[in-house]
Design a protein around this ligand. Structure first.
Ligand code: FAD
Length: 117
């Protein structure tokens, strides 16, 4: 059904946007608590994601590629890698993970490199 596919894609784009933005703004030197929070968030996300087929594939991906939480770079590159795994399964183009930091900004006040508006 085309309508459902369109809605699923829209949810996917919104979700990936939030997902990559969180990872691109994750601390460069996270504390043990911050690492635990990110890891929990990702596993809980994979359980509550409302497209059941997507959630179950994503849970399998997390088993194969557990979340990397040791640093901002590790986390954001991991996120890019797992999204590319999904891209590849869906026959989509592979994204260049070198551009993650510029692509995903949050507009947060104290962000280095944030675009002034
Ligand atoms: P999207 O894949 O939504 O990407 C949005 C934008 O992010 C792209 O335009 C590009 O600018 C950027 N981007 C692309 N790749 C990367 C990357 N590797 N790293 C960083 N940025 C990137 N749909 C299904 O039909 N079946 C599924 O099983 C399925 N599983 C999903 C699982 C999860 C966890 C999520 C969040 C979504 C899932 N989706 C699934 C939706 C699917 O991944 C897409 O979001 C949707 O098809 C729309 O695709 P899109 O081509 O607009 O780009």
């Amino acid at each position: 059904h085309l309508g459902n596919e369109t809605i699923k894609a829209e949810l996917g784009r919104a979700s990936w946007k939030l997902f990559h933005t969180i990872l691109a703004r994750y601390p460069e030197k996270p504390t043990a608590e911050e690492r635990e929070a990110l890891s929990s968030y990702i596993y809980l996300f994979s359980r509550v994601y409302p497209c059941g087929e997507c959630a179950s594939h994503f849970q399998k991906l997390l088993k194969k590629f557990p979340p990397q939480t040791s640093s901002r770079i590790a986390a954001s590159q991991w996120g890019c890698h797992v999204h590319n795994q999904v891209n590849s399964r869906l026959g989509k183009a592979i994204f260049d993970c070198g551009t993650i930091a510029e692509t995903y900004q949050c507009g947060c006040d104290n962000d280095v490199g944030a675009t002034e508006t």
